[in-house]
Design a protein around this ligand. Structure first.
Ligand code: HEM
Length: 449
């Protein structure tokens, strides 16, 4: 069991903590009316909040999870724990620069504007380091499981996303480069699709293909359905993003057809994935579904809802009007929702490993992982969160900024509530109540990088 606690990723929990702080700060800005829908989409406040959400919240969350998850699926360690820390520092400092740069450009301060590409370069570096750290064990693992292959594909889209972002930043902040790079800005939708789709969605699918069967005792082998989801989603996102970017320079009809085919292929992949997720729930051996996976059903429903809305808006040529709502549903409903629900299991699991993993079998009472949470306290927060997201999306579609912010109050309250529950799990609060042991923070695992 000592080996178990040695396999803990040292920087995963600190990355989750940074992610949750960034998430709450972004929500605070949205509540204060600094972003869409109170402000237009491409204003400094909205762009800064979008990147606080996608980099500060989702990227931290996903990389933190992958630093723990990749060694488990490959049975190989990360290249180095210190490189995980380097990623954390590069991303957080780069994000601060980007946010400053967005506001600098918005306020017309050319000096501050350069913080956008400088911050973007730091984020780019942090991503490259993470790709190395995660990619090496994945590439060395034979045979590589489906989740591992999906993560590798996702990493390629991540590199594309940050490369495009950095080019946009240089186009906006460096006048000497603007003539060459400015046309690329027309591809901002492809930057968003590569990031939210090719990277986050594909990787979230990969992680769910591992975590759901693991905690519900369902078959991990997804067979032809899982492979088809991977191939179709990869082809669909690549076609949609590639053709979309090519359309920046050419209005040729085949490119429009290729882009639409890419979107259609992605829609098929999403439908197949959701069907496969239903199969996992149905074929589970554990009769009672734990709170985090009951709540995760809402996140999967939001993936379906967001995709259906995107198709509907595309067919009726209303894509640009509805794009912010689709981004909101994807970031808060699907990816953020799945992240919050899985954290409700991952935090107690890592806490349990780091605190009790090495003492198991040496006598003394050892609580179970589920003793570290109290589901009847946690579950209502999930209900409130998803209700707030659903109502917020409706208000966003109706163009009601006040209504949207009122719904976001529910989302923020629920996020706070969940943060307290994660904190309690980490501190052993409920285990202490159940087993009368003193509350204490687990030591971070001391594995050296
Ligand atoms: C996972 C990584 C990323 C994701 C998912 C992402 C997502 C997005 C989204 C959704 C938008 C549209 C926002 C809106 O219209 O309000 C956007 C715009 C933008 N992003 Fe990113 N982004 C990422 C990384 C980056 C990086 C590293 C940079 C570098 C500085 C960057 C620079 C930009 C810029 C400059 C825009 C605005 C372009 C314009 O003026 O139209 N992004 N991004």
């Amino acid at each position: 069991m000592a080996a178990l606690s040695n396999r803990l990723s040292r920087w995963t929990l600190p990355m989750f903590a940074c992610a949750l702080v960034n998430f709450l700060v972004a929500q605070g800005w949205m509540l204060a009316g600094m972003t869409w829908p109170a402000q237009p989409v491409s204003t400094a406040g909205t762009l800064a909040a979008v990147h606080l959400l996608v980099i500060g919240w989702l990227l931290f969350l996903m990389l933190g999870a992958l630093f723990q998850f990749v060694p488990v699926i490959t049975s190989r360690p990360l290249v180095s724990q210190s490189l995980a820390l380097a990623t954390l520092i590069a991303l957080e400092s780069g994000l601060a620069g980007m946010v400053g740069g967005f506001f600098g450009i918005g306020a017309g301060y050319p000096g501050l504007a350069m913080a956008l590409p400088a911050g973007g370069a730091a984020v780019f570096l942090g991503v490259l380091i993470a790709c190395w750290n995660i990619g090496v064990p994945l590439l060395r693992s034979r045979p590589l499981s489906l989740p591992g292959r999906m993560v590798l594909t996702g990493l390629a889209f991540l590199v594309l996303t940050v490369t495009l972002g950095l080019s946009f930043a240089l186009a906006l902040a460096a006048p000497a480069l603007a003539p060459y790079l400015a046309p690329l800005l027309a591809g901002v939708g492809d930057h968003a699709l590569a990031g939210l789709g090719g990277w986050f969605t594909l990787t979230a699918m990969a992680v769910s293909y591992k975590l759901l069967p693991m905690f519900m005792l369902a078959p991990e082998e997804r067979g032809i359905a899982g492979n088809s989801v991977h191939v179709l989603a990869t082809a669909g996102f690549a076609l949609a993003v590639g053709a979309g970017l090519a359309r920046v320079w050419s209005a040729a009809e085949p490119l429009r057809v290729a882009e639409s085919s890419g979107y259609a292929t992605v829609a098929i992949a999403v439908a197949l994935y959701l069907w496969d997720i239903v199969r996992i729930y149905r074929t589970r051996k554990r009769p009672v579904i734990e709170a985090h996976n009951r709540a995760a059903i809402a996140a999967f429903a939001f993936l379906g809802l967001g995709s259906a809305l995107a198709i509907g808006l595309r067919l009726t040529a209303h894509t640009s009007a509805g794009a912010p709502v689709i981004v909101f549903l994807t970031v808060f409903g699907w990816l953020g929702g799945l992240g919050l629900t899985q954290l409700y299991k991952i935090v107690p699991f890592l806490t349990w490993l780091s605190r009790y993993g090495s003492s198991l079998g040496r006598g003394g009472a050892v609580p179970r992982v589920q003793d570290l949470v109290l589901e009847r306290r946690g579950y209502p927060w999930f209900a409130l969160y998803f209700l707030g997201v659903l109502l917020g999306a409706v208000a966003g579609l109706l163009g009601s900024s006040r209504g949207f912010r009122a719904c976001l109050v529910l989302v923020t309250l629920a996020t706070f509530g969940l943060v307290i529950e994660y904190w309690r799990a980490w501190r052993g609060h409920y285990a202490q109540l159940r087993h009368h042991e003193p509350a204490r923070s687990p030591l971070l695992p001391t594995q050296k990088g």
